[in-house]
Write a protein that binds this ligand. Sequence first.
Ligand code: DOR
Ligand code: ZN
Ligand code: ZN
Length: 362
Amino acid sequence: MSKLIKFPGLVDVHVHLREPGATQKEDFETGTQAAVAGGYTQILDMPNNTPPTTTPQTLEDKIKSAKGRIYCDLGFNFGATAGSVQYFKEVEQKVFGLKIYMSQTTGPLLVNKIDDRDLIFKSWQSQLPIMVHARDHIVESAIYLAKKYNRKIHICHVTANQLSSIEKAKKEGLSISSEVCPHHLFLTIDDVQRLGPLGIMKPPLLSKKDKQKLWQNIDKIDMISTDHAPHTLAEKYDQTSPASPSQGGPKFGVPGLETTLPLMLTAVKEGLITLERLTEMLCTNPRKIFNLPNQQNTYVLVDESPTYTISNNGLFTKCAWTPFVGLEGRGKVQKVVLRGKTIFENGKFTGKSRGQVIFPQI
Ligand code: DOR
Ligand code: ZN
Ligand code: ZN
């Protein structure tokens, strides 16, 4: 007999929907469809677009273009640069987080200079988190600045070697949270041989030992975020198309919205995490930490029994591939209900897009 699990809508605070600038990879429609098909009802979009979301105008353009086209609720994060600090006050009421890239990434948003980083932390006076992209021990500079200015920070795509610094800062009373991505929980550097460019992202896949350390410390990590970062297969395999002007090699990033729940439900079956804790990481904690609005009468029904091999078939993401091909998935999203209306049932969208653009209520 099949058993149904009822989740509140899943939440992902770290998604790259690629609109504007790279709609060959994804757009507001396909990205939010992928989200709903994966069980998500509320997601936050990242600012590393072309042009980047670093001015009130680029933010307004996103809001305007998303309206009426999105299948789940969608909020935005703002991009931090030395030039965008002048707009922080103005956009504070409209975004859920400020994203700062302190290490190499896709797009032009790298903030390398210490003075610029200091100015950004000083200038962001909102109660909402500064979301930090920082490789390895660069995370310590973010923690230092968060302490200096008493800011709330959220460490994106945490790696095993960052866990102790985060724990220490938490114990010292800093308002700090962290997220872990499914690719770091289910893949390692050994998979890169098989996956080639499809196994390349930032931060990169690491050793089996690093992966195990993440699982051992899963109870200390606040949430799971996909870092859904679609690129077309053509772009991934094109060695002449650099991720940013200074970098060669394939574009960084992998899609993840449609595979997170099946992978995590497999982990539940294997005893790596409890269903209760998974619900905290996928629903309750991100909602709390990012002050996301409540969604009345919104839930996801998942048939937990089917197990299957993850494949590229039937994905809603425009990029149409997943790095998790061949891994075991468990559970099927049977129905997604948003504000009392069934929006997705048995693999199909029912009716029109009913998502809303959301804003912080603080
Ligand atoms: O792998 C990544 N992809 N890491 C990032 O920081 C950016 C993202 C993207 O936008 O492609
Ligand atoms: Zn990142
Ligand atoms: Zn990202």
